[in-house]
Write a protein that binds this ligand. Structure first.
Ligand SMILES: [Fe+2]
Length: 288
């Protein structure tokens, strides 16, 4: 089993790097920690970075996870190759661009690009944002998968992810105590569907709701409260139609937690009664 211990970054192509960096700093409230060789590194916590943007295909997404040791990285490479997946061993230069000491990249069966890093960099300086959105941590992503049941099996059998809850066929999964690090959504294509930053409290969610409205940023869902994780949330659109989320108060789970099945309906997505767009969850048919 491949033992993931860290949730690290997203690498995202964007049609307009300058505009996207401006949105990330001025609207989301991320800190631009560096820009080199066409890559812009941003963060919302004390890790080296949480998002890397580069000028390129807006559908080109990679998720960065961390393993503890090079021995585990070698074993992961063998395991993934045995499963018939395409694995790339990163060069020193490629590892430097990912701000880690080494990594491999593979594509899962949906076509999602995943980096497994070893010893990703910590930051010597604390996070210092240009706008006070109340961000405390880069926390989870929504990941598009072409076969949700197969993807859940892959992440729970080949990797150490566990399902915390289901909504329809979408599994919300984690490798640590945070209720979910992945929300797997049925789709006809791979890619990151949304990027979550935790904020300190409900006040931050509500303040951002009005902040976004004032600046005519398109709200995708919320403000609301997730029935599954208990988190108060706000989703909004950024450049390239990427969806970003602020939430606070996500549930913590331990080994005694048993996953619950929720139906695809408004109340499963929002306990407060907001009217979310549920199309991302599919129709409840596993083949979706
Ligand atoms: Fe989310």
């Amino acid at each position: 089993m491949i033992n993931v211990t860290g949730f690290r970054y997203c690498r995202l192509g964007t049609a307009d790097l300058e505009e996207t960096v401006k949105f990330a700093t001025e609207i989301i409230g991320l800190e631009l920690v560096g820009q080199e060789n066409g890559f812009a590194y941003l963060r919302g916590d004390d890790r080296d970075h949480n998002i890397v943007y580069f000028q390129g295909d807006p559908n080109d997404h990679t998720v960065g996870l961390a393993l503890d040791t090079f021995e585990e990285l070698d074993a992961a490479e063998s395991t993934l190759k045995e499963l018939g997946l395409t694995v790339h061993r990163g060069s020193e230069e490629e590892a430097a661009a990912r701000r880690c000491m080494g990594y491999i990249n593979f594509k899962d069966n949906s076509g999602n690009s995943i980096d497994l890093t070893v010893r990703p960099f910590a930051a010597g300086r604390r996070y210092f944002p240009s706008r006070d959105a109340g961000i405390t941590e880069f926390s989870h992503i929504g990941l598009r998968v072409t076969n949700p049941r197969e993807a859940e099996k892959f992440w729970s059998q080949v990797f150490n992810f566990k399902t915390s809850d289901w909504i329809g066929w979408s599994a919300l999964m984690t490798f640590d105590e945070v209720h979910h690090r992945y929300a797997l959504f049925p789709s006809d294509r791979p890619g990151i569907q949304h990027i979550n930053f935790q904020v300190a409290e409900t006040d931050d969610v509500m303040k951002s709701n009005y902040f976004m409205q004032d600046r005519q940023v398109r709200i995708q869902a919320g403000p609301g409260r997730h029935a599954l994780s208990g988190a108060r949330f706000l989703y909004y659109y950024g450049p390239d139609e990427m969806i970003y989320e602020y939430s606070c108060g996500v549930r913590m789970v331990d080994d005694s937690w048993r996953p619950r099945q929720f139906p695809i309906e408004d109340a499963s997505f929002c306990a407060w009664g907001s009217r979310p767009d549920l199309t991302i969850l599919g129709s409840g048919d596993a083949a979706d």
